[in-house]
Every structure is written in C-alpha cells, then in structure tokens.
Design a protein around this ligand. Structure first.
Ligand code: ADP
Ligand code: TRP
Length: 322
C-alpha cells in the first residue's frame, strides 16, 4: 500500500478542505507509507501571478504541517521539486485520446466558469495521472470531484501496460470520501472558494465570528418554536466540529424550541475555536520558523526524487527512450 494525494495551492484553506482532504490525509499517514504534495504546476492553470503562486504554495506548506502532516512519516514535497513528472506526463499523453480529455467534467466546468481553454487546463488530468503513477501509488484519497481524474489515471496506466508490458505502471485505486463528501458553506451550498461562502480554517477569531454571526444562513423559525434539523447548515457544521454529547444537546434543543439561532451560532463558534485553536497556534509557531519549513521541503524533495527515479527509469526503458 502506498498512499498519495495532492492539493493545489490556489487559495486559502477552508473548513471544507480540512474535513474533505486534510484530515483524511493526516489520518491515512498512520496506515502506511504516504506521499503528500503541493500541486503547484496544477495551480498554474488558474493562478497567473508569480508572487501569488509562490505565496499560496508556501502558505499551503505551512497549513499541511499545522494540520498534522508528519514529515518524518509521510513524504511531503512540492510537485515542482520533481520536474520529471512532466516527462511522464508527456509519455502518458501519447496514449491519451483527445476525446477522453474533452469529456472531463472539471475542464468543462472551468471553461464554463470563464477560464480560457488553454492546453494546460485541458491536459491537467494527464499531469495528475503522472503525479500518481510516478510514485507507484496504490491508493489515492480524493474528493468525489476528482473521481473522473482517477478513472483517467487508471485508464492511462492500463494503456501503457498494454502497449509496453504489464507491470510498467501500477494501476492505483481511488479512495473516495463519502462521509465528508460535501461540507456546506455558510449559504448552504457546497463550501468552495469559488462561491465566496467559506469558513476559513486559519482566520482570526473575530473574522470567523463575523462570518458565523452575520453570513451563516438559518431559517425564519421563531425563537420559541422547535427548529427543523433537516437541511440545517448550522447543525451540519456543528456535527463536524463538536463532540457527540454537544451535538446531542444541540439536537435536543432544536427539538424543544425556546432557543434562538443566535445562541446556536455562539455554540458553533465555540466548537470551531476549540477545534481549530490548537492548529492555529501550531501554525503561528511554524510560520515563525521559515528555516524549518525549508528543511522539511528539501528533505521531502529528496525522498520524492528517490522514489520517482526507479519508476521513471523503468518507464523510459519500457517505451524505448532509454
Ligand atoms: P474549492 O472548491 O474551494 O476550490 P478545491 O477544489 O481546491 O476546493 O479542493 C481541494 C480539496 O478539498 C479537494 O480534495 C476537495 O475534494 C476538497 N473539498 C473542497 N471543498 C470541499 C467541501 N465543501 N466538502 C468536502 N471536501 C471539499
Ligand atoms: N486535482 C486535485 C485537486 O484539485 C489536486 C491533485 C493534483 C491531485 N494531482 C493530484 C490529487 C494527484 C490526487 C493525486 O484537488
């Protein structure tokens, strides 16, 4: 078993990213060798400013560490530290039909949202396949939105094996997270930085308070009446952050009535602060020690290169360029 996943440095982390991607990655590093990387080549498909990209990349590295990625255990690195991934992407692109990429939802969605249909955006899934296949990953935890990209990865690995010999590439399995598949945003839709509805993971408490108190949607049930539990965004977020006993108490108070949403929002804020304050403190410590972050990334780059070299060597021989 070899676990691998990547996150793009394309904005500030939010609670949806945490429960959907970060926390599962932290948990999985206990279960076997894990490779976690920051997909900065991928972020180039949407981030056009060099300083911004550098900055997001650095911030995300600190986020990963603050959330509990253990760089002794997991191999933690920047995608660009192993530029050979582009060579594997090129090799894969020769077995990837254009029609397969034309069907990719994420490409179609991004173009529909106004991103220019550049080749980088179009070829995104091929680079993602290379990310995974370069490290002989066997298990790839991703959100539902990435399911199709994993199917493309498996397909391309299969085509290489068919053309150049079984065993040239390891065909990986996705691990699709269903339980936290969709963390709702403060407007009740899927939390996403592109919808402006996020609860940030590392904001100042005063900012989080403002978002919860002013932006989080609730319905118009009068204070004294029981509150509907189904479709309650407030309750859905609380369930992610509070203890079982606290959740049971809030559910009972919803049923009973007599308590207004203002009070429930305060409880949500408390649960948020209790859950994330230790991470925020850790993040501040890491931010104050840039040499530590450099060191972690340098060591991760070394370990990632060492893992990639024999795989690339195997593939280069198999396809006839070595
Ligand atoms: P965004 O939608 O904010 O742009 P990304 O697409 O960059 O987020 O997602 C990064 C990771 O976080 C992915 O693994 C994705 O599945 C996960 N993720 C993003 N939003 C949510 C959410 N609302 N609920 C659960 N997981 C999410
Ligand atoms: N496309 C993924 C996302 O947007 C990020 C990513 C890039 C990735 N390469 C990967 C995820 C390889 C898993 C494996 O979330």
């Amino acid at each position: 078993m070899r676990i691998l996943t990547g996150l793009q440095p394309s904005g500030k982390l939010h609670v949806g990213n945490y429960f959907g991607a970060m926390e599962p990655a932290v948990r999985l590093q206990e279960e076997g060798p894990a490779f976690y990387f920051i997909a900065n080549y991928h972020a180039m498909t949407t981030v056009r400013n060099a300083d911004e990209l550098r900055n997001y990349t650095r911030e995300l590295a600190i986020d990963f560490l603050a959330c509990g990625i253990d760089p002794e255990r997991a191999v933690f690195f920047l995608q660009s530290a192993v530029p050979e991934v582009n060579e594997l992407a090129w090799i894969l692109s020769n077995v990837c039909p254009v029609s397969q990429l034309e069907k990719a939802h994420s490409y179609k969605d991004k173009v529909a949202r106004g991103f220019s249909p550049y080749h980088g955006l179009f070829a995104y899934p091929v680079l993602m396949a290379a990310d995974i296949l370069l490290y002989d990953a066997t298990h790839v935890p991703v959100g539902k939105d990435q399911k199709q990209h994993l199917e493309i990865t498996r397909d391309l690995a299969g085509k290489i094996n068919e053309a150049y010999g079984e065993g040239t590439l390891v065909v990986p399995e996705p691990i699709i997270r269903e339980s936290t598949a969709v963390v709702p945003g403060v407007d009740g839709q899927k939390m996403s930085k592109s919808y402006g509805n996020t609860l940030p993971l590392f904001a100042e408490p005063s900012e989080v308070k403002k978002i919860i108190m002013k932006k989080l949607v609730t319905d118009a049930t009068p204070l004294e009446d029981p509150k509907p539990k189904e479709n309650s965004t407030l309750l859905a977020l609380y369930r992610l952050m509070a203890s079982d006993a606290e959740v049971a108490a809030m559910e009972a108070d919803y049923d009973r009535g007599g308590i207004g949403y203002g009070e429930f929002k305060k409880r949500l804020l408390e649960a948020y602060l209790e859950r994330f304050e230790p991470l925020r403190a850790r993040r501040q410590e890491i931010t104050a020690d840039p040499a530590y972050v450099d060191e972690v990334l340098a060591r991760g780059a070394e370990r990632a290169r060492a893992a990639a070299a024999p795989v690339l060597d195997r593939v280069r021989r198999a396809v006839g360029i070595a």
